[in-house]
Design a protein around this ligand. Structure first.
Ligand code: FAD
Length: 430
């Protein structure tokens, strides 16, 4: 039986997170009936354990391949122009810099790719060769601090008020009459299948509720590989960050400052309206492997299982992270190096081997759609990723996106194109 948009029932697992909320939004924008859309999550939207539940995320144009460039440009357009998203984009720019020979050479290649893209990106992305040029963009630095730094000022970039943007989608979904299930009634347990065997016709949640649907979308982020067997295509990894509190006077000095990113240290954002600065270090992530049997696996296997900060709020991060975050603060803001750190936390993503998303129908389960996979860069796609997930549901996804996001076991998702594989949390003191 074929369904019209108005009559198709869709259940979204992880609808309180980034890709899931975007999918629900675009179903409505495409003409699906809100009461036929069910958003499930462990926590109410914005879910406390979503990777997007955060003060801020970086917005920048990604040039890694044609698909990333297309998605970044689409999302930039929406962050700038779509009424729902506009309030959450702070277009303060980003300084992508380095003081090492290797780092500078890599940034020069990035600058060249921007020019080679041939779409005028060199007008907004400017090479910073001299200390004067850097100080003109970031007057809060001292000349001493930026000695040897070179890099790019990315004028299209800046930061996104992440949790607030997901919250705005949640409010819109609520106003439209979308159905929600949270807690036990929102926590995915297993898919349900029709009498023919391979056709998925719904799912059961932890409390035993059964939701029947024409399409099930699994957008459970770092939890996806623990819920269904993804045949090792995704490895869930954590990154860390902490916050410092500035006085109103200190915060005023950093107001509208660009995001500063140095791949050897980390990155930081301008203070929020309460004077809080978030600081991240940069490293290949932490895994947390244990024996676990996702649905569809013949037996238990080694899977990296995220530990939810929402469930374990006293969890912070390994001792080593305290040192690297302090090192980043000392590099970027030496006068704040002794400030107290608070809200130390981990944030989980499901990395794929080639850093492309995994957005496809399950190869064996008809109507069960995966919308997951990561590379630590997908929050910026909040405004537009759902549009493509809806295209997949409808069979109209373009071939280049379908190729990039296909089911593709076999790569090394632990390393995921980074310089080193992730370390396991079990091996990290603290
Ligand atoms: C430290 C860090 C920094 C990052 N920085 C940036 C950045 O600067 N810019 C950028 O663009 N991207 C960034 N990212 C990446 C970005 O946050 C992720 O790519 C994106 O948020 C992933 O979206 P998702 O929908 O796959 O997962 P999530 O947003 O995590 O959503 C998954 C959802 O599934 C839910 N869920 C889990 N289990 C179940 C279950 N059993 N049943 C129902 N629901 C369930 C969760 O509660 C959650 O709401 C960063 C990520 C991290 C970790």
């Amino acid at each position: 039986m074929t369904h019209s948009r108005a009559s198709t029932r869709v259940v979204i697992v992880g609808g309180g997170g980034t890709m899931g909320s975007s999918t629900a939004l675009h179903l409505i924008r495409s003409g699906y009936t809100p009461s036929n859309i069910t958003v499930l999550d462990v926590y109410p939207i914005p879910s406390l354990q979503s990777a997007g539940y955060d003060l801020n995320k970086i917005m920048s144009i990604r040039l890694r391949n044609a698909v990333d460039l297309q998605l970044s440009l689409e999302s930039l357009h929406m962050w700038k122009n779509d009424e729902l998203f506009k309030p959450f984009f702070h277009n303060v720019g980003m300084i992508d810099c380095s003081s090492s020979e290797e780092g500078i050479a890599s940034l020069r290649r990035k600058h060249q790719s921007l020019i080679d893209a041939g779409i005028g990106l060199e007008k907004t992305n400017v090479w910073l060769e001299s200390e004067e040029e850097i100080l003109a963009r970031a007057p809060h630095f001292t000349r001493e601090q930026i000695k040897g730094w070179k890099g790019l000022f990315c004028g299209d970039g800046g930061w996104l008020a992440a949790a607030k943007a997901i919250n705005a989608i949640g409010q819109f979904l609520n106003s439209q009459g979308v159905k929600f299930g949270f807690g036990g009634a929102g926590t995915f347990k297993r898919p349900l299948f029709a009498a023919d065997g391979p056709t998925c016709n719904g799912l059961e949640t932890l409390d035993g509720t059964k939701y029947y649907a024409d399409k099930v979308v699994l957008a459970a982020g770092a939890w996806s590989p623990t819920l269904v067997d993804l045949e090792d295509q995704c490895v869930s990894k954590a990154w860390v960050f902490a916050h410092i509190q500035l006085t109103p006077r200190e915060a005023a000095e950093y107001k509208d400052a660009p995001v500063v990113y140095d791949g050897e240290y980390g990155f930081f954002f301008e203070p929020n309206e309460h004077g809080v600065i978030k600081v991240c270090d940069e490293f290949p992530g932490f895994s947390r492997f244990k024996q676990h049997q996702p649905y569809g696996a013949a037996s238990a296997k080694f899977v990296s299982v995220p530990r939810s900060h929402a469930k374990h709020p006293t969890d912070t991060y390994p001792d080593a992270s305290e040192a690297t975050i302090r090192k980043a603060i000392a590099r970027f803001m030496p006068h704040f190096k002794d400030k107290e750190l608070f809200n130390r936390t981990m944030c989980w993503c499901a990395d794929t081997a080639d850093a492309n998303l995994l957005i496809c129908e399950h190869p064996k389960w008809k109507n069960f759609i995966l919308a997951t996979g990561d590379s630590g860069h997908s929050f910026k796609l909040l405004p537009n990723i759902g549009k493509h997930i809806v295209e997949l549901l409808e069979g109209s996804l373009s071939q280049d996106l379908a190729d990039a996001w296909r089911w593709r076991p076999g790569g090394d998702a632990l390393k995921s194109g980074r310089d080193a594989p992730a370390k396991d949390l079990a091996d990290m003191p603290g």
